[in-house]
Design a protein around this ligand. Structure first.
Ligand code: IMP
Length: 428
């Protein structure tokens, strides 16, 4: 079965592990949005691999991985990851295993500098998003501005490429001093030949590539990055990423929508909530919902290694939020769920699950709030679930928790992750 896999919370749900599991039965693994803001940690045979850009499915030797045109690609990071995988003997020739859609937009040094400058300037204000500083927002911004530079443009001839870079950067000339500007241009041009050498054998027209593979009955796995609550249209705007993270995005960001129409959509969530970056999270453990919750949060952060795989920032921790999760299931068209990291909570006496939001006047919210102002005011109403000893279906208390999630969301929990290793995954 072809699958679109999505994070159903604010990212970091444990998607890498599920992708790794499903890739065993996939021929093509496809990234369709985001860039190296993602960070998928995988444990195989006691060894940790963190991938930011190349699909996690690469660790299975039979797969081909495609980076679709919905992705924004930083060539320097891409090349670094290739060499990391080559050193780990994942492959010898990268172009045998990795393809890149010709129309993929590039993240250039100036996109990154712009992201960092904006975030630094906004520190301490409401405008501070807490981005990963990888140039993601600016790259999507210049794409929408119709001034972006695409992978295929590298091969247009040097003067045309140079002209494109000049036009693009001139849009932002007021943001940098003349010296900074010259330096950023120099940084962009210094590695051009190297970028071209690596990318040339990998470039494909994604539609014909996918159509051909579809005709050969290949099995597809679309690997989402970030999470539904970070979606540009449907997430907790403006504290979101700059791409679409829901299932229809797979048919846009890897251009063969006919294929994605018949996919099952699998949503990944943790047994609790985490979030990096700013913006309200109603169930965040800040010490004001339940006695001792700050200690609970600290414990979860430590046991669950809840520090950003991309930036190393400590993740904010919260109780499970079924209101947000139900919204994600509806808005992203999720058919089945995977619940990860219940093992981190094993041994707790009881655990809180948010089943309702209330307005400041005590009225119930019948929909997920559309503004972050309302979300910040939403008061979570909790139910307790009895703690469990083992985080898989062999434990009746964990089964009870999973059934509660299924009943609330109206979709089944198909996969349960109960440890970091490849084998620690139950298929129900
Ligand atoms: P950007 O995608 O770097 O622009 O960051 C925008 C928001 O999305 C920030 O809150 C980031 O922390 C968050 N974000 C981006 N990528 C990820 C991810 O892979 N996991 C979790 N949060 C992410």
């Amino acid at each position: 079965m072809n699958t679109i896999l999505l994070g159903a919370q604010w990212g970091d749900e444990g998607k890498g592990k599920v992708v790794d599991h499903l890739s065993a039965k996939a021929d093509l693994v496809i990234r369709f949005q985001g860039g190296n803001n993602a960070g998928h940690s995988l444990w195989v045979g006691g060894k940790k691999t963190v991938l930011h850009l190349i699909p996690s499915g690469i660790l299975h030797p039979h797969t081909t991985c495609l980076i679709g045109e919905g992705v924004v690609l930083d060539p320097n990071v891409f090349i670094q990851e290739i060499s990391q995988l080559q050193s780990a003997k994942v492959f010898t020739k990268a172009s045998d295993r990795i393809k890149v859609a010709e129309r993929t937009h590039l993240i250039l040094p100036f996109h990154r500098a712009l992201d960092v400058a904006r975030e630094t300037g906004a520190k301490g204000t409401k405008a501070h998003i807490g981005t990963t500083g990888r140039g993601i927002g600016p790259a999507y911004e210049t794409k929408a501005l119709r001034k972006g530079v695409r992978a295929i443009d590298l091969f247009l001839g040097e003067s045309i490429f140079l002209e494109k870079i000049e036009t693009l950067m001139n849009e932002y000339s007021g943001k940098f001093t003349a010296d900074e500007f010259t330096e950023l241009k120099k940084q962009t041009l210094k590695d051009l030949d190297y970028w071209k050498k690596i990318l040339e054998p990998m470039l494909v027209d994604s539609t014909s590539f996918l159509m051909k593979n579809h005709a050969e009955n290949k099995r597809f796995l679309f690997e989402g990055a970030q999470g539904v609550m970070l979606d540009l249209d449907h997430g907790t705007y403006p504290y979101v990423t700059s791409s679409s993270t829901t299932s229809p995005a797979a048919g846009i960001g890897a251009a063969y929508p006919k294929l994605t129409r018949s996919c099952r959509v699998l949503g990944i969530a943790k047994a609790y909530i985490t979030r990096v970056g700013t913006g309200p999270v109603p169930t965040e453990m800040l010490g004001n919902h339940v006695e001792g919750e700050l200690e609970v949060a600290e414990n979860i952060r430590k046991l669950g290694h809840e520090f950003g795989a991309t930036t190393g920032r400590p993740r904010r921790i919260g109780w499970q939020d079924l209101v947000a999760l139900k919204y994600a299931v509806d808005v992203a068209g999720i058919d089945e769920m995977a619940i990860m990291k219940g093992d981190i909570l094993a041994g707790m006496e009881d655990f809180k699950v948010c089943v309702e939001y209330r307005k400041p006047n005590g009225e119930k919210w019948n929909q997920f709030p559309s503004t972050v102002e309302d979300l910040a005011d939403a008061k979570p109403i909790y139910e307790s679930v009895k703690g469990w000893k083992v985080a898989n279906s062999s434990d009746p208390d964990y089964r009870n928790y999973l059934e509660k999630i299924e009943k609330y969301l109206g979709v089944s929990v198909k996969y349960v992750g109960y440890g970091p290793e490849r084998e620690q995954m139950e298929v129900r």
